[in-house]
Design a protein around this ligand. Structure first.
Ligand SMILES: [Fe+2]
Ligand SMILES: [Fe+2]
Length: 287
């Protein structure tokens, strides 16, 4: 059985239409580590709604070419999950906008970057594969280390953990589509590696730029203690970025597959139960 076949058969998942009430949270200090760490996550959040749309479109483009029924149903669930992520993060981004940050402009900036990209569909799908690897390894770090979100605003922590759970569940979908439609092994490998390098640069450049914008608004760019806290958070303890480094480089293995090489969160069942329970409660209230 190939990695592609095992992926679509062994990891079934579905969309959860779940909602998080983050509209009134303290956008500056929702994370107990303070302003710089809160804004680190906020700077990622403002890229999500347009980013998720891009991922959906790049995968949807190839749907007609996919014959495997299991992968086709994974594509449907992938599209549904990403749409929900965009919706929920936009809810939080609206709170950022109301608090005086230019979240709308930062979202629109990504929209115009995507419009300008105008790359061939296979290149766009490669960008999605790279971004999905990024989100998968960040999710594995978040779900394997409670300390990363412990003590945070409960709704914010639940939202990020739900997003991390679903990024893990669907982490192989874009990659399986890429494997199913690409022509030739070596050219496909070189394409995905080159695109990963470009996507990594773009991801961090834009995340750091948005972080600077938010901190500038708070006049906290020269708050060295805050920067120290963020650097410790990323590279010391709990070490969100440090934990991503080794899984990141596995993407460059010629036989890489997300379910074999990107590191799987140890206690996925716990977060799945939490997300499903929340969904059940919300459905109960809505009925
Ligand atoms: Fe997502
Ligand atoms: Fe995703």
């Amino acid at each position: 059985m190939t990695a592609f076949e095992s992926s679509v058969r062994e990891h079934p998942f579905s969309m959860r239409n779940v909602h998080f009430d983050v509209s009134n949270c303290d956008v500056r200090h929702w994370h107990p580590a303070g302003l710089h760490v809160s804004h680190f996550f906020n700077a990622l959040s403002v890229r999500f709604p347009e980013g998720e749309k891009f991922f959906i479109n790049s995968v949807r483009h190839y749907r007609e070419q996919i014959k495997n029924p299991a992968l086709l149903s994974d594509i449907e669930a992938f599209i549904g999950q990403e749409a929900m992520h965009g919706r929920e993060h936009r809810g939080f981004n609206n709170a950022l906008q109301r608090a005086g940050y230019d979240a709308d402009d930062m979202e629109l900036e990504l929209k115009s970057q995507i419009r300008r990209l105008q790359a061939p569909p296979l290149f766009q799908l490669s960008v999605t594969c790279a971004a999905e690897h990024f989100t998968a390894i960040m999710s594995a770090a978040v779900l394997s280390n409670d300390a990363i979100l412990d003590g945070a605003d409960p709704e914010m922590a639940a939202m990020w953990r739900w997003h991390a759970l679903e990024e893990t569940e669907h982490k192989a979908v874009a990659f399986d589509v890429f494997n199913a439609v690409r022509n030739g092994g070596v050219s496909g490998y070189l394409l995905r590696c080159a695109v990963m390098l470009l996507t990594s640069l773009s991801f961090w450049f834009n995340a750091v730029r948005n972080l600077f914008r938010m901190l500038a608004k708070d006049k906290a760019l020269t708050d060295w203690k805050g920067w120290g806290t963020l650097l410790r958070f990323l590279f010391g303890k709990p070490g969100l970025a440090r934990k991503m480094f080794l899984p990141y480089v596995t993407y460059f293995k010629p036989g890489f597959h997300p379910w074999n090489d990107s590191g799987n969160p140890g206690d996925l069942a716990r977060w799945k139960e939490a997300a499903d329970l929340r969904l059940l409660n919300q459905q109960g209230k809505a009925a």
